[in-house]
Design a binder for this molecule. Sequence first.
Ligand code: ADP
Ligand code: S3P
Ligand code: MG
Length: 164
Amino acid sequence: MKAIYLIGFMGAGKTTVGKALSDKLEVPVIDTDEYIEREKKKTIKAIFKEEGEPAFRDYESQILRMLPKRYVVITTGGGIVTREENLTWMKQNGLVIYLYCNTEELLKRLKNDKTRPLIQQNKEDAITRLLMDRAPLYKQAHFTIDTSWLNVDQVVSRIMEQID
Ligand SMILES: Nc1ncnc2c1ncn2[C@@H]1O[C@H](COP(=O)(O)OP(=O)(O)O)[C@@H](O)[C@H]1O
Ligand SMILES: O=C(O)C1=C[C@@H](OP(=O)(O)O)[C@@H](O)[C@H](O)C1
Ligand SMILES: [Mg+2]
């Protein structure tokens, strides 16, 4: 089994779905954000504040390349594709799945979020703008699942159908 990479916007459910998918497939899951926070002993929020976004993108890119490439589910941060070479790399090394979610539902899921630095001001505008910029990148995934009207178990089932 090749690595499965979940990509998509903040709030699409990558971290949550990845954990459920790893249980189903009986393989480990690694979340790049959680990995970075553990490694750096800092929250994502603190890294953005103290070191800036480019430093975070460097960590993300480095860690991606260190992770296993077989028998694993890897859940990424929503901005990993902004370094386009990361997208190319994931597509070469595994199966890349885009978890899509519409803006209205993203807003609901992220309404109370305080941990994601890029959407703390003007949440709706920030989501709309970033999603528009990134959509062409996300769409290069091997396949897409629209999670807007699905619960976590249903998203996992859709993934299982696709990879069967
Ligand atoms: N399919 C879903 N339906 C409803 N809520 C969801 C769904 N997937 C995730 N969530 C919720 O949305 C929020 C963001 O999920 P998360 O897994 O952290 O997303 P991501 O890692 O893509 O940013 C969490 O509160 C989570 O419980
Ligand atoms: O889209 C982004 O630029 C980011 C997404 C976050 O991860 P999630 O997509 O898991 O929320 C986290 O990596 C950081 O706040 C930046
Ligand atoms: Mg996440």
